[in-house]
Design a protein around this ligand. Structure first.
Ligand code: 13P
Ligand code: SF4
Length: 319
């Protein structure tokens, strides 16, 4: 599928500075750092200073020097950046870019679940709102969930909101009882066993890399399971030449940019997160011109949501 941002940028090229050129000069002039998730459109990845998975981006939010971060990803990611770096201005260029899974946990229901399992720590996927983080003991991403749950000093754990990631963690931590929440990512949930079989038929010899937000049936068919950045690192270090990616299609562009010598195939070209793709080059340009819209959270929310994120970033990354 052609990237509409690219068409727009190149169509006016030659007549006046392109949108991309204006973005490049404005971000320099205003000293703005652009971060983008691996699922962003190619044109957005191209103008970003840092591209990565949720864990890379959360870690970088703390260490980068710039005072202004423009975050190209869904809402909870920009919000987590602000929580981890409250002194910085965090701009989210399209407020409609929201993760539906993050909206699947309701604070009142979670409070009830906590009462049903007293003493069980709440492990929340980073794909949650600040109000859910405030009710959580520790946050995780797909890159560190197994490690963090394994090392918790508790026999029972409440895991929200992704049931698939929770079930994936349970495979590696059978000694703990994980109470699951029925949330899911529709992009990964919709990947079917037939699509994997078809992709294997088309690309015999390719390794199948699966994201842990996929269902257990898809995990069972994987050659390896990783976060998006984990998939990139695996492709870089593997002796294999071809890879089928059972995740959002944007990652293929990222991997092809970093490792052009290897071949990657999205499991289907329809594996698209429409929310991730809502951010356009025009949105980025508007935000650089106005330095709006910014993420605004009150001090109490930042303080309570920060504690579980801080606990997460303290843990060393392994995958
Ligand atoms: P990671 O890039 O952290 O693997 O997350 C995937 C995802 O679905 C983010 O919304
Ligand atoms: Fe949410 Fe899934 Fe889209 Fe990630 S890919 S933002 S988890 S809906």
């Amino acid at each position: 599928m052609p990237d509409k941002n690219f068409i727009y940028a190149s169509s006016i090229h030659g007549l006046m500075p392109s949108v991309t050129e204006r973005i490049q000069s404005l971000k320099k002039e205003k000293d703005v750092l652009i971060m983008a998730h691996n699922y962003q459109s190619p044109s957005i990845q191209d103008i970003a200073d840092i591209v990565g998975d949720s864990l890379v981006l959360a870690r970088q939010a703390i260490t980068v020097e710039q005072r202004i971060i423009l975050f190209c990803g869904v809402d909870f990611m920009a919000e987590s950046t602000k929580i981890l770096s409250p002194e910085k201005t965090v701009i989210h260029p399209n407020i409609h870019s929201k993760c539906p899974m993050a909206g699947m946990v309701d604070p009142e229901e979670l409070e009830k679940m906590k009462q049903d399992h007293p003493g069980a720590p709440v492990v929340s996927y980073i794909n949650t709102t600040a109000s859910i983080k405030c009710l959580s003991d520790v946050c995780v991403t797909s890159a560190n969930a197994v490690d963090i749950v394994k090392n918790l000093d508790a026999q029972e754990v409440i895991f929200v909101p992704d049931v698939n990631l929770g079930m994936y963690v349970q495979r590696f931590v059978p000694e703990k009882k994980i109470h699951l929440w029925p949330g899911y990512c529709h992009v990964h949930q919709d990947i079917t066993t037939e699509q994997i079989k078809e992709a294997r038929r088309e690309h015999p010899g390719a390794e199948v890399l699966v994201h842990p937000e996929c269902t257990p049936q898809i995990i069972d068919m994987a050659d390896a399971v990783f976060s998006t950045e984990g998939m990139l690192r695996h492709v870089q270090s593997s002796p294999k030449e071809e890879f089928i990616l059972a995740t959002e299609e944007g990652l293929a562009y990222r991997i092809n940019t970093v490792v052009p010598s290897k071949k990657t195939y999205p499991v289907t070209i329809n594996t698209v997160c429409p929310n991730m793709k809502k951010i356009s080059l025009e949105d980025v340009l508007n935000s650089l011109e106005t330095l709006l819209p910014t993420i605004e959270l009150d001090d109490d929310t930042i303080a309570c949501a920060r504690a579980p994120l801080d606990r997460m970033v303290e843990v060393k990354r392994r995958g």
